[in-house]
Structures are given as structure tokens and as C-alpha cells.
Write a protein that binds this ligand. Structure first.
Ligand code: SAH
Length: 261
């Protein structure tokens, strides 16, 4: 008799953006494997669980994926309800497929619980829709990050071809991203919104253009950043007079955009 492993989306950070299903599973969990960035309020829901951090933070020491897979399997052989909590949605840049393959190979039951992905939380925070009638009919989710041993990626072409782009895991590579997007034919005047810590109290947003993106290479971001690219973000840039945008939210309210600097 083995337990079930639930790959659960934690959402973008704010505990009240968890799904009810996720919250109920956290309450029931015997063991919880979580990434480094999970909000303490989310962890607190897992009252009975043994909590194990298996964080993979960009640029920091990470627990190797194979080791995580093994620990999930070991836990399923000893417990009933195992929750593997992943930021945002587990099926988007979450390495869920590697865990699923390992669980299937070990004949462990698993279920996936979706979560609110970062780009959607960032869009909500800015109050700017990713799609807009007559202006934006397609959205591309992409990352410039290439894993060890992986082949070349056409991520920049995909962003250029879509009306709206969402770039994940790109904050440390602003210069390379700008070069790749220009080479893919994205006009330098295209607005880009950078949203750091979407859904959290200390969230920050900037709206710039592709031309200005390399200047952000030196910007010190401490939290995760998602970049949203598209004509509709010019609205936010105009509201701030082209200067740095600071958005103060509760995510549930229409954000109040004020120019600062
Ligand atoms: N599965 C996650 C993405 C994991 S990759 C999801 O669906 O959201 C990690 C990247 O997600 C970060 O580098 C950043 O680009 C983005 N991200 C995650 N949480 C975020 C947040 N609260 N605000 C902004 N970006 C975030």
C-alpha cells in the first residue's frame, strides 16, 4: 500500500490565492515538500505535515531533481498524503514532467492540482489584461533559461510572434533577453512590464521599453520577476510619465499606480 503524491500549485505567493483543493490537501498532508519561496502563511496550513524544503532558487544551491524524485517516492511508501508544493502552477516551468515520470516509473499514484501562474497574478496586479479585443489575441509563455545539456530554444521567436509575451526566470538576464528579442524582430519601442513579487505586499512593478531593458540588468531584484511584453502595457507607462512605476496592492483591489523616483 503506497500513498498518493499531489503536485500542488501554490500560486504566486499570497496564501489566499491558493485553490480550496490545495488548502484542503495541505491540511491533510503527512509530508510536505516545498520550494524555498513559499509564503509562511501557506506553510502554516500544513498543520500536521513534516515539512521538507527542497528549494530550487535561481543561482543558489539547489537540491538535485533526481534526489527530489527519490524522496517523493520514499515518502509515498511510508505515508498516505504527500504534497509536493510548487510555485504558481506546477505544469508551467515547474519541472512537473520529471516528477511525474519518476512517480509513474515507481508506480506511485499522483494527482496534479493547478495554481495561479505568475503571469496571471502580475496581470491582475497591474490591472492590465494579457488579451485585449482587437489588440492582443495571443499570449506566449517563455523562458530564456536553458537547462544543462538542453538544445537551443526558439523562445524569443515565440515571444515575437505572439501579441503578448510572458517571460519567466529572466530577471538576471535582461541584456541577453533584450538582444534576443531585438534579433527576433520585436520593435525597441515595445513596452515591457516587470513585476516582482506579484501578489505579495512588497510587490514592485516597472514599465519600460525594450530599448531600456538592458539598463535593468543591474537592478537588484530580491524576489521573483516576471516580464510582460505587449502594446497594452504602454497604458501603465503613460500613467507614470515613463518613470518607474510602483504599484501598491492588495492584489484583490484595483492597483493604485503612482509614479515615483
Ligand atoms: N510554476 C511557476 C513558475 C516557476 S519558474 C508559475 O507558474 O508561476 C520561476 C519564475 O516564475 C520566476 O523566475 C519568475 O519569473 C516567476 N514568478 C514566480 N512567482 C512570481 C511572483 N510572485 N512574481 C513575479 N514572478 C514570479
Amino acid at each position: 500500500m503506497t500513498g498518493t503524491v499531489y503536485l500542488v500549485g501554490a500560486g504566486p505567493g499570497a496564501p489566499d490565492l491558493l485553490t480550496l483543493r490545495a488548502a484542503r490537501l495541505l491540511e491533510r498532508a503527512d509530508v510536505l515538500f516545498h520550494d524555498a519561496l513559499v509564503h509562511p502563511g501557506t506553510l502554516a496550513l500544513a498543520k500536521r505535515a513534516e515539512k521538507i524544503a527542497v528549494g530550487k532558487r535561481c543561482g543558489r544551491h539547489s537540491t538535485a531533481q533526481r534526489f527530489i524524485n527519490k524522496r517523493l517516492i520514499d515518502a509515498a511508501r511510508r505515508h498516505t498524503t504527500i504534497v509536493r508544493l510548487k510555485g504558481g502552477d506546477p505544469m508551467l516551468f515547474g519541472r512537473a514532467s520529471e516528477e511525474i515520470a519518476a512517480l509513474e516509473a515507481a508506480e506511485i499514484r499522483y494527482e496534479i492540482v493547478p495554481g495561479v501562474t505568475a503571469a496571471l497574478a502580475a496581470s491582475a496586479e497591474m490591472g492590465i489584461s494579457l488579451t485585449q479585443r482587437g489588440l492582443a489575441r495571443s499570449v506566449a509563455f517563455a523562458t530564456p533559461r536553458i537547462g544543462h545539456g538542453a538544445g537551443p530554444s526558439n523562445w524569443a521567436t515565440a515571444i515575437a510572434a505572439a501579441d503578448t509575451g510572458a517571460i519567466y526566470m529572466g530577471a538576471g538576464q535582461a541584456r541577453e533577453i533584450a538582444d534576443a528579442l531585438r534579433a527576433a524582430g520585436v520593435p525597441t519601442s515595445t513596452p515591457i512590464a516587470l513585476v516582482e513579487n506579484a501578489s505579495l505586499a512588497h510587490s514592485r512593478s516597472f514599465v519600460i521599453t525594450l530599448e531600456e531593458l538592458p539598463e535593468l540588468a543591474s537592478e537588484a531584484f530580491t524576489g521573483p520577476v516576471v516580464m510582460l511584453i505587449g502594446a497594452q502595457f504602454a497604458v501603465a507607462a503613460a500613467a507614470a510619465g515613463g518613470r518607474e512605476l510602483q504599484i501598491h496592492s492588495p492584489a484583490s483591489q484595483r492597483p493604485l499606480a503612482t509614479a515615483s523616483k
